[in-house]
Design a protein around this ligand. Structure first.
Ligand code: GLY
Length: 601
């Protein structure tokens, strides 16, 4: 008996199922239709079918287990806040919004209200999936050559000036989520963050290290320097209390006045004044013009599972599904996890997906992105047929050579699921760690440098009509391409895996491998989060491999013509949850210090 049928029978036995009917889900992308069921009550396993939690502890990786919900996030104080909300009866959306606001205080490396991101939500009762796009938006005065001086990109302007900042989307995004799909007020989900900013919190090891490492940049900005270093200029040590009074005032204004405080009120005024005084270009009109979008998630299927993930302007979902489609008909499991044959296929699928991404990823309001074609299974089969099994291709065989912009690995992801079956997968960022390192005067808010994700020098069409860069050239009120890939995998219409990662351009590959580790290689969520990862982005034609892949495997791949980056590097930092047989299994990536997963029991 399939799990789905078993759960439904269980729900009927428990008298909890109100009404159900089969529904044909049109995925809009030429994918196979998926039968879902409408209203399903939780907990999903009745007492008559009670089982002890089960997972394989092979490889020594063991997940956190919860019975009534779970929060997994990159920073532990914020994780506790999310868990506390679930324990008190808030839903996953309440908890996710509270974690997002709390990390703006406790994880200033990437948590933010001065940046933006993407949230994928599964609503259990409505059996509905939503993608919330709260990506930053460029100012009205933005131009494709905003950072170009003497024909070259001025990297300081593009990365470390106020001109690198887009209008932040986080406040609008988290507010929309909680006001439309939560059970608590916006003020109540911000309250813990306000308290942390006002009363302070003990600095933890990773924050001490990050602040010490970023001192040159943060120390150069008077407002950021005042907040993040002591009056005598020395560093905060682990355990010392860090207070952020200006940020507390900003959070209180949003609690009292709602999002209007941020987009048209006192905070907008301070940001616009700070921009005007410092050669920035965001105005009050730009702040007021910000829009958060609820989008239809991009959907795929893999061996019977439904993949629900982020559509453009993130490139993440489309190209992850493209890679999964390419490999769906290979028996990867038989070839062996991280074997040379599997890694060869991964690299070649990545090569194709990232080549396509360079041409077709951007803001859908400005550029017609062929999403349906890119996630079409027939297209994937054609692309798979082009992969030779005995040699690496040169990237020039796959698409024309172009230099691609650097994408910062600093972002953060968290996953939440509640006892009702609602799930949230959220990735948000300031782009670089601490954004551009500039704090808008009087706000306590670090500004993003997300506009560096635009292609600063858009290319003209080449002789083949390829338009690399055009889709992602900066224009007024446009959103830059992202790689963020917050993802929910459904099994029989129920959230099965919730995952996502930071990592700039590498995010798509990290999430892809995490999902494949679970769906293809049957790993528990902790093992799936821990295994060595690889990254190839078409250009440059080099693969990064984490330690943990054997020398024999690397030798085989090298003999096939694959080229590897030298040196040690870690890829990504996932926070993931698996829901199975009524249990929540979670794992924070072992690559990250101070990350935490809490199961609600
Ligand atoms: N700034 C990283 C991303 O959006 O993918």
């Amino acid at each position: 008996m399939s799990n789905g049928i078993k759960y439904l029978l269980g729900a009927i036995v428990g008298g909890a199922l109100v009404f159900m009917y089969p529904m044909l889900q049109n995925d809009g992308g030429g994918q196979q239709a998926v039968v879902k069921t409408a209203e399903i009550s939780y907990p999903r396993v009745p007492d008559s079918d009670y089982k002890l939690p089960s997972f394989s502890s092979r490889d020594g990786f063991v997940p956190v287990v919860g019975r009534h919900g779970m929060v997994s996030a990159r920073e532990s104080i914020a994780t506790e806040i999310g868990a506390d909300i679930l324990r008190k009866g808030g839903n996953a959306i309440d908890a996710a919004a509270a974690v997002g606001f709390a990390m703006a205080v406790t994880y200033p490396q990437a948590g933010n209200i001065g940046g933006g991101g993407f949230m994928v939500v599964h609503l259990a009762k409505e059996n509905k999936d939503i993608a919330i796009d709260y990506r930053e938006m460029s100012a009205g005065a933005a131009r494709h050559d905003l950072y170009v001086e003497d024909g070259k990109v001025n990297q300081t302007l593009a990365k470390y000036s106020r001109k690198s900042s887009g209008v932040p989307g986080t406040v609008a995004g988290l507010a929309l989520a909680v006001q439309k799909y939560g059970t608590m007020s916006l003020a109540d989900v911000i309250a813990p963050a306000y308290k942390l900013a006002h009363e302070g919190f003990p600095v933890y090891t990773q924050l001490e290290v990050s602040l010490a490492r970023s001192k040159e940049r943060l120390g150069a900005d008077p407002a950021a320097s005042k907040v993040f270093y002591k009056a005598d200029g020395s560093n905060y040590r682990t355990g010392e209390i860090l207070k952020q009074e200006d940020l507390a005032v900003s959070l209180k204004a949003i609690m009292d006045e709602g999002t209007s405080a941020f987009y048209t009120g006192s905070i907008a005024e301070k940001i616009a004044a700070d921009m005007a005084a410092n050669d920035g270009i965001i105005t009050m009109e730009d702040m007021a013009a910000y829009k958060v979008y609820e989008r239809e998630p991009v959907r795929g299927t893999y061996k019977g599972y439904d993949i629900v993930t982020m559509p453009p302007p993130s490139s993440g979902g489309v190209h992850m599904i493209e890679m999964m489609n390419m490999l769906e008909n290979d028996d990867l499991k038989a070839k062996g996890h991280n074997s040379a044959a599997v890694l060869h296929l991964y690299i070649e699928a990545m090569r194709q997906a990232y080549a396509d991404r360079s041409l077709y990823a951007g803001d859908p309001a400005f550029f017609d992105i062929p999403v349906a074609a890119l996630i079409d299974k027939k297209y994937a089969a054609e692309m798979r047929a082009r992969i030779p099994m005995d040699r690496a291709r040169d990237s020039s065989e796959v698409a024309p050579t172009k230099d691609l912009p650097y994408e910062s690995p600093q972002t953060t992801h968290y996953s939440v699921m509640d006892s009702e079956g609602n799930a949230v997968s959220n990735t948000y960022t300031l782009n670089f760690g601490f954004g551009n390192g500039i704090m808008a005067t009087g706000t306590g808010i670090l500004l993003n440098n997300e506009l560096d994700d635009f292609d600063a020098l858009p290319y003209e069409p080449d002789e083949n009509g390829n338009i690399s860069g055009k889709a992602n050239a900066q224009e007024p009120h446009k959103r830059p391409r992202s790689s963020m890939t917050p993802t929910i995998v459904l099994k029989d219409g129920v959230p099965f895996l919730i995952t996502g990662s930071p990592g700039g351009g590498t995010i798509i590959n990290t999430v892809f491998q995490t999902v494949m580790n679970v769906l293809e290689f049957d790993m528990n969520v902790a093992a799936a989060s821990s295994k060595a990862r690889i990254n190839h982005q078409w250009m440059p034609d080099m693969t990064t491999i984490e330690s943990g892949v054997s020398q024999d495997t690397l030798d085989i791949l090298k003999a096939m013509g694959h080229k590897f980056n030298a040196g040690e590097r870690t890829l990504g930092s996932t926070n993931s949850i698996i829901y199975e047989d009524g249990y929540y299994y979670g794992a924070a990536d072992p690559r990250s210090m101070d990350a935490l997963t809490i199961g609600i029991n």
